[in-house]
Design a protein around this ligand. Structure first.
Ligand code: ATP
Length: 305
């Protein structure tokens, strides 16, 4: 069985009368990228800060590598953090910052490698206070990954980064994950989460409302198959039915379906039997963004994918 790296069960956090985290449960297993997503104020950062050992829960269980997260001793060398707000020293250069960090990091990368990995080699001699917001973010990530951590917390790591820098950070996360690092990611870039994460939990108002593998979660939404109706045929024997819905506009056909691959198979089989060629075929699953918007709109009860 795959090792559980993070265990959260019935976790609660109250601030006075306000319940920010309301009895959530999920597990993160070794080597996976787990996306903790949610609406603004849903409780993601609170949850992450409990797991990082910065906040005490009001109830329930939070464990990291089987330890109480507040028990920093056994965890420190295994964990890398990228917080929403970073605490860098403005007068140090990027290279000096990494050099200083290396002194208390076990198994640290070289300064050059650390900066290269996040695309900061050209800014090695730039002082932190002169760096752009995106460059500082890259430096945060260089520091968090300096010791090749076993578990990496990434709280909105790519906010403020340009598309090329986001691409680079995505590649870095994929590479770390391929080498066995477990990643807990929060982000408002849902495309990024969809690309990187193998499992996902979506929070709303302190609760986990959607939870499952990425495939399970995407399977909850409505995908589509679109194609051009060939000349001389009609859709009458197309065998689209059940929950699938076919709409025809001119010659453009659109099937709304939870199982786009199956529907595409049906369309292609139908075309082959008719001896006609289907053009403009476009098969698309629901996106994580659509699932997320659905959550934000319905604000429903807890559903497990
Ligand atoms: P965002 O996507 O906006 O960053 P989030 O999901 O990370 O949101 P949290 O920062 O965890 O949300 O906050 C959850 C809720 O708890 C919010 O309503 C926030 O206002 C509230 N909250 C956070 N910290 C405190 C605090 N120290 N005292 C009172 N309320 C707090």
């Amino acid at each position: 069985m795959t090792e559980t790296v993070i265990e959260v069960a019935g976790l609660q956090k109250r601030y006075g009368d306000f319940t920010a985290v309301d009895g959530i449960s999920f597990e993160v297993r070794k080597g996976e990228v787990f996306a903790l997503l949610g609406t603004n104020g849903a409780g993601k950062t609170t949850t992450i800060e409990i797991l990082e050992g910065y906040l005490k829960p009001s109830g329930g269980i939070a464990k990291v590598f089987g330890h109480d997260p507040a028990d920093r001793g056994p965890l420190r060398s295994r964990i890398g953090l990228v917080l929403q707000e970073s605490g860098l020293f403005g007068d140090l250069t990027a290279a000096e910052t990494v050099t200083a960090w290396r002194r208390f990091t076990t198994n640290a990368r070289s300064v050059d490698e650390a900066l290269e990995l996040v695309g900061l080699s050209d800014q090695a001699r730039t002082r932190v206070k002169q760096m752009s917001g995106g460059e500082r973010r890259k430096l945060d990530i260089a520091l968090a990954t300096l010791g090749r951590p076993k578990l990496l917390f990434l709280d909105e790591p790519t906010t403020g980064l340009d598309p090329e820098a986001r691409r680079r950070i995505r590649d870095l996360v994929t590479d770390l994950s391929d080498h066995g690092t477990t990643v807990l990611l929060t982000t408002h870039y849902l495309e990024e989460a969809q690309e990187l994460a193998s499992r996902v939990a979506i929070m709303d108002k302190g609760r986990v409302v959607v939870h499952g593998t990425m495939a399970e979660v995407l399977g909850r939404g409505t995908g589509r198959v679109a194609f051009e109706l060939p000349e001389g045929v009609t859709t009458e024997d197309l065998e689209i039915g059940g929950p699938d819905v076919l709409t025809v506009t001119g010659r453009r056909c659109l099937i709304a379906t939870a199982e786009p691959e199956t529907a595409a198979h049906t369309v292609l089989g139908w075309a082959a039997r008719r001896g006609v060629r289907v053009t403009g075929l476009d098969v698309r699953q629901a996106t994580l963004e659509e699932i997320f918007l659905d959550v934000a709109e319905t604000r429903g009860q807890e559903v497990r994918a």
